[in-house]
Design a protein around this ligand. Sequence first.
Ligand code: 6PG
Length: 244
Amino acid sequence: MKNVKKFKDLTDLSAFAAKQIISVGKRAIKKNDRFTLVLAGGSTPKLLYQLLKTDEYKKQLDWQKVIFFLGDERDVSPMSDQSNFRMISENLLEALKIPNSNILRWNTEIIKAEEVAENYEKTIKRFFGLQNGEFPQFDMVLLGMGDDGHTASLFPATPALHETKRIAVNNWVEKYDANRLTLTYPAINNAGNILFLVSGEEKAEAVREVLKGASNFEKFPSQKIKPVKGKLLWLIDKGASSEL
Ligand code: 6PG
């Protein structure tokens, strides 16, 4: 399959992802003097983030020219152990000494989840200088995938799957009885590069359904990640690709 690369384990997958990020980042900085990078939450990218802050990778990119965004966030304080921002800070941002002005996160200190989403959308519009109806063009978006085929916080059978106008929304997720904050399909699909990182046997069935199954994004939301003009690459380890 053309845009799928398989790896023997998460370590090799993460090393390849790190090289991809450096390569796209260098090109973006050369072209625009900045690299707009959307990071994924969850556990899979932790090893990648830990790699990027090692001397080997740290020295390969001008990290002070990287603008960091988050693809999704839980409706929790940034200090919560459930917070994607906290995981990303602890595993990457703090070590790289990224200035707060270059970290554009979901402001979950705001009480109402809808207002957090509106606030993030305003932040993104202001940063990219967008008019109403326009979408950001992130240089790169990192995504994970759950064993139910969700990505970011675009979960099966949730309202956000049908959002075509907004950039960032609050998405009620019944199965977690919780709000989840997420970028929308149009915001993600307008990116220059989209990189999926998927690891683990428990995701093999969802990977097969998303990549080879009948079209059904309501059931397998990752199916609808299709860049308008950019590149999509799936990085999958042995366990997650065992049903391909
Ligand atoms: C989150 C993520 C989510 C994640 C998948 C995979 O907020 O949890 O953004 O979309 O990428 O659930 O999670 P794991 O990497 O932990 O398997």
